[in-house]
Design a protein around this ligand. Sequence first.
Ligand SMILES: O=C(O)C(=O)Cc1ccccc1
Length: 336
Amino acid sequence: MTELRVGDEAQRSSTRRIAFLGPHGTFCEQALRTLTPTVLGDALGDPEPSLHPFASTTAALDAVRSGDVDAACVPVENSVEGGVPATMDGLVETPPLVIVREILLAVRFSVLVRPGTTSADVRSVASHPHGEAQTRRWIAEHLPAAEVRLTSSTAAAAAQVAAGEVDAAVCAPVAAVHHGLVELASGVHDTGDAVTRFVLVRPPGAPGLPAPTGADRTSLAATTVNRPGALLAVLTEIAVRGVDLIRIESRPLKDRRGEYWFFLDGTGHVGEPAMGEALAALRRRCTDVRFLGSYPRATVAGEEDGTGADPGAGQTVKDYTEAASWLASLRDGTGA
Ligand SMILES: O=C(O)C(=O)Cc1ccccc1
């Protein structure tokens, strides 16, 4: 899969390049464009990187691994439909990539058509699998005769409508501008307040790990042997250190039937003692562990910041630091 060429963006003289799930008009592009120059400067070392649409999440991640781009913005999960399989699978491939920012975007879907098309004309409707999943009931009620087709992105569906390959696209309203379409219906999601989480990933290295903010999220993936209690042991290493587990999802290992990558997200930063010790314990106890990044927790516009559950007595950063210096004093013979 290759980069989708677009004239203007390739010509800017910025140093860093960011891939996103294209073509223009995806939710992914919208999410990426919410990042401020300050955030981009911190995350990539360039406040004004150039943005490049790619035909799939896999192609965008591959471009980071091959060095064609410096980072990629990809959808990772949705509050209605769960994880995006291609992204999860892509994150655990090698060489490693790390998440340096997350972006939460409230998604609202429109049905876009060529000018002059009415509901009665719609024989086929296309969308990304996550778009289809979030509007399935609406489509069944309002376009019952339409054949549903899945596309690599919502804007790819809009491009297919523009090309006359399909009659309607379920996508972001902004895709109408990019692809010369009009709105047949808006706000067609089955569940209100759906939020999609996107992540900005880059190879480990400069400009370094995002600094702890006090409201961070750490993502990791772990595999264990298939033995009774093996997953419980992993979760226990996390729980006993007061780390709030905020996501767990699995994907098959593919080449070893019956074994899985467990994707685990917890509140906290690898630079903090609790999360650091939990990761070190998983490194000792798991078949394989991938550190997928520690980065500031995002909020949806207008929502409260969620910093996670109370870690419990003796589990704060201060508690860990005090206990570590007490232990050091025992070891150097000055304490008791
Ligand atoms: O296809 C897009 O526009 C994306 O960014 C992926 C996606 C699809 C459906 C809901 C949210 C994100």
